[in-house]
Design a protein around this ligand. Sequence first.
Ligand SMILES: Cc1cc2nc3c(=O)[nH]c(=O)nc-3n(C[C@H](O)[C@H](O)[C@H](O)COP(=O)(O)OP(=O)(O)OC[C@H]3O[C@@H](n4cnc5c(N)ncnc54)[C@H](O)[C@@H]3O)c2cc1C
Length: 398
Amino acid sequence: MFLTNEQLAFRDEVRRFFRDATPPALRSKVKLGRRLTRDELRAWHIILDDRGWVAPAWDPQWGGTGWDPVRLHIFREELQLAFAPAPLTMNINLVGPVLIAFGSDEQKRKFLPGVRRLDYFFCQGFSEPNAGSDLVALSTRAVREGDHYVINGQKTWTTLAHQANWMFALVRTDPLAKKQQGITYLLIDMATPGITVRPIITIDHDHHVNEVFFDDVRVPVANRIGEENRAWTYAKFLLTNERVGGARTGIPKARIRLAKEVAATLLVDGRPLGEQERFRERVAEIEVELKALEVSYMRVLSSLAANAQGQPDPLSSLLKLRGSELMQRTSELLMDMAGMVGLPLVPGLLHADAEHASLLDAWAGNVAQNYFADRATTIFAGSSEIQHNIIAKEVLGL
Ligand SMILES: Cc1cc2nc3c(=O)[nH]c(=O)nc-3n(C[C@H](O)[C@H](O)[C@H](O)COP(=O)(O)OP(=O)(O)OC[C@H]3O[C@@H](n4cnc5c(N)ncnc54)[C@H](O)[C@@H]3O)c2cc1C
């Protein structure tokens, strides 16, 4: 990307900030793909918020920066390239922008500062056992009783519900209306009686996601965002932000950088892997696609910025699709490079022999876990098949 002198100066400022302000322990966790604790993430949110940079895309009135799309892109990419932790997406990319666009002033004042500083740690209660791709089929029921809604039903795949103290959720308030017209958006305190969180252990042997059950859970009407039965509009706005956020060009770039660093010393058939044609070709292919994604990303960000109402941009589906594929391709590359030493998840297959010990210590130990975790990137925030459908219909007009 060609940057003006001003943009280059901005990039240097951001780069310096991440170099100096990122606690080394957090940086090395991110580099190895390890999960931060809630306290670590909260400490990082506070560092960023003190600098005014935790939610740069938000309206400046609520703690954002007013940066244009190029600066936003530079900022996000520098954060990822520095292996600095990403702020919690549920807070910063999902619930925050919905509050700003559709919440009352009172709700904004109450929630937004704590959303930025992680006093409120939100999880996303959208998917249900029979409503994933077809989200509009959701059936978790909310019945109005005076100043409260009483909720019964179940959410699933709820990322970090076991750490969250709040949830933003879609619930059905009018079961007789057309499906899109009977949904309401609520903020739910996870400490409310009647909520049960059960872990789901995923293919990477980790606990990221959960089932959440609601049994006569009473939520104040004051916690409703926008109008009753109108939440499908707010949900579409949120899903667009989620898809754009899925195009994380900096992470695949950082992984390519890591792959080159390791390949420079990794000997295969007596020669450094980094000098071998097949490896260089594979890296070049990924780098070309990353560059194309980056340019598309800028186009979508510009059109979102020009459209203050945040109407869904179907091109965000293209970003989600390619971004998630490139996440997977870079974790596959690292997995292939690690070979057998990248299999610590398999009991008894930890190959810390002399030849591979330093490699293993440096990065290979987490390669398999990241590889398996990345399988989910083409499922969450709308599966690849769904993005293909949207692109066919909305972009290509088929
Ligand atoms: C790791 C992880 C974290 C998640 N975190 C959250 C979260 O925090 N909050 C939340 O609400 N949800 C979350 N999800 C849920 C996620 O959004 C859903 O898994 C996703 O929308 C797919 O829904 P589903 O699992 O019900 O699959 P289904 O919708 O049942 O789809 C099954 C398969 O059929 C395909 N398919 C479905 N419909 C069509 C169609 N019309 N055309 C072509 N193919 C189709 C799908 O692509 C998929 O391959 C998470 C999921 C994962 C894996």
